[in-house]
Design a protein around this ligand. Sequence first.
Ligand SMILES: *Cc1c(COP(=O)(O)O)cnc(C)c1O
Length: 387
Amino acid sequence: MQENFLVPKMRPHAVSIFAEMSKLAFETNSINLGQGFPDTDGPQELKDEVISCINTGRGNQYPPPHGFPELRSAISAHQKRFYNLDIDPDTDVVATTGASEALAASLLALVEKGDEVIFFDPAFDVYRAVIDLSGAKPVGVPLSKPDLRPDIQALSEAITPATKLLLLNSPHNPSGTVFNREELSAIAELVIAHDLIVISDEAYEHLWFDSNVHIPISTLPGMFQRCITIGSGGKSFSFTGWKVGWASGPRPLVAAVKSVRQHLSYVSGGPFQLAIAKGLGLPDQYFTQFRRDLGVKRDQLSAGLTQLGMRVVPTEGTYFVTTDISPLGYTDGLEFARMLANQCKVVAIPHQVFTESGHDFKEYVRWAFCKKPEVLAEAIERMQTIS
Ligand SMILES: *Cc1c(COP(=O)(O)O)cnc(C)c1O
């Protein structure tokens, strides 16, 4: 009998690091600052909406293939309100099973064997897996050290005649960097010069802090026509289990994404779509308060990690703070994370699991701060014994 049925191209992706670290957290009874999910739910009115939809029979049967019109209109209005983008709800947007499916459908629709896809390394672990699934070649370009910002020179050097697509993510997971206008303009210039397509993963579009405003690259001159922009209801409304996401952009690109996406999950949870539609229409106050609350948690965890002696990379957005552990005398994040779980009962994720072999981000560790203040305080307390 065959031992391993998995196709070779997916074997490097067989074990998800999050499964391994969550198992470790469970086994060691640790506080899990590994996986990025909030430990408090989003707005009550969205929960009420889901329940009301279920009870009144809205969305209990297959929703329309590309998403409820209510959701598509809400996404369109949201893109107008926050970014002044004109998105036709009938043709320029598709609802997906989370940002994850939007990413998968976009990549599978737009690239194949022979194409190269560039993204900044370290990267969300799904990127490499889905690019491999598509048959295209993943090309990671390392962020610059020590502050983990996009290196435009390195990006420029990575582009070849086979490069078809740039997969961008800002606010960036795992680094917490928000690409600024200058960086985005330089990237846009390369994209236009080399006639590339951009998939812009903006799952954390509402999670930026201080003056680090999120700018969709599709709003830059000449960029809309080449961009698929991806959003996540899970991240924007703190319901990561609902799995409602979307892709929007110019009609021809969205048409390609729709063609593939309908054969993946076909449709996604009806009542959840309708609730997220309601969420997208919440007043500005919700989004401002959301950022403010999370910013306080960022400050709390960053201060604690600094006090423990790590170098904290300033977090501009996302759920995550990154630290350099070398001031503690550690050189390997994976070893450090295992030690931390066993000795202090706290789980964090080493950047090397988000990184292509050969790119050296061994000294960086990612910590999720989307947790209750008392949980963060307890984690810091437990780590006082790091030796
Ligand atoms: C969480 C996350 C996603 C996936 O979002 P879902 O809506 O849960 O599928 C996509 N990209 C990044 C960078 C993420 O961190």
